[in-house]
Design a protein around this ligand. Sequence first.
Ligand SMILES: [Zn+2]
Length: 407
Amino acid sequence: MHRFRADCIIVSADRFIRGGTLVVDDGLVRDVVHTHQATVDREFRGCIIAPGLVNAHCHLDLSLFPPAARVNHRGDFFAWLREVIAYRRRASLDELTEAVRAGVNECLRYGVVAVGDVTTLGLPPASWHPLRGVLFGELLGTTAARIEEVKRRARCWLEAATAAANRRRHDRHISLSPHAPYSTATELYRWAARQCPTEPLTTHLLELPDEAELLIDPPSTHNSLVTLLQHYGAWHPEQLWTLPALFRFLAETPSRWIAAHANYVQPAQLRPLAERICVAYCPRTHAAFGHVRHPCRALLDAGIAVAIATDSKASAPNLSLLVEAQTALVRDRLEPTAVFRMITQVPAAALGLKRSGTLAPGAHADFIVVQPPGPIEDPIRSLLEPASRILATFIAGQAVYDLEAGT
Ligand SMILES: [Zn+2]
């Protein structure tokens, strides 16, 4: 049994205990009690203990993407995408694995304990240790030959990765991610849903205005996205969804989905599948590309789950989920408790991580220790202060990042 005390323990967005002690047993939260009696293993004065953060959408294999190539074309999405494609083509599996490890370390430093990570097929799940979450192998292709090849590689990875992920012990799951409706054949969406019937799936959705224009019948050909796809020999509109067909498919299949970005989605399009979809909004990436205002407020008002995420280091300067949350707080004028849910409970639920996103008894003892700049009046506001510092991150009651200890 281990005990951790802080000035305030945030159990969830709706509950906090001042002067509380977190009692941990066998990697799980046993209790959060209000007592000064018992001796404790660690005491964090002037600090808040909060649930570890959950990042619903990232690409850790881009964590070593050259900073000079990061959104440096005044937000020109297509120039940027060419850089990302070139990087992916030249990076070996070993280099991408090393990038995942660098990304994992950065997550721990920023208090992230679980991820929804879209990744290259073939990477070994052990590289994500000790993070929990769902690793989504990415599927991409529109030609018949490419579709078969992608299925073959995905089948091998699913089999090997599922065996290695140790789902029960680490709460680390394996699933698939059809990349986007403009780049990935309808067949790969259907196939992914059949392969992973019990795990969530994810896709990039309506990230660009060009996408909505392209996914109509017949598609617009005077479109920058079409030019890009033609450049790579990947423009095969007969293999792609129209938007109504895609939303019908999402509504009719029983799968749960995380829709990354959804910058140009309308709440009415997602309402029929509100129970099974969560939008992953990436505020700094959204800002870097100069999109119109994100519909997150309208989506929340329509009862659709929205999580805050980082996307990758190809478009964000780092993997700090707290900075993303602070950005959304200011840009989108969201309530602090709503923002806190969007980096804890909401993404945990979307990823199917029942023991994450809260410190209620029975949850994983995954928590962060945050030192706010001043007195703690409103704990969630204090946590979201730009000057707040993450001093330590714990997973299963063990320190995986400790600023004071220098690890
Ligand atoms: Zn992404």
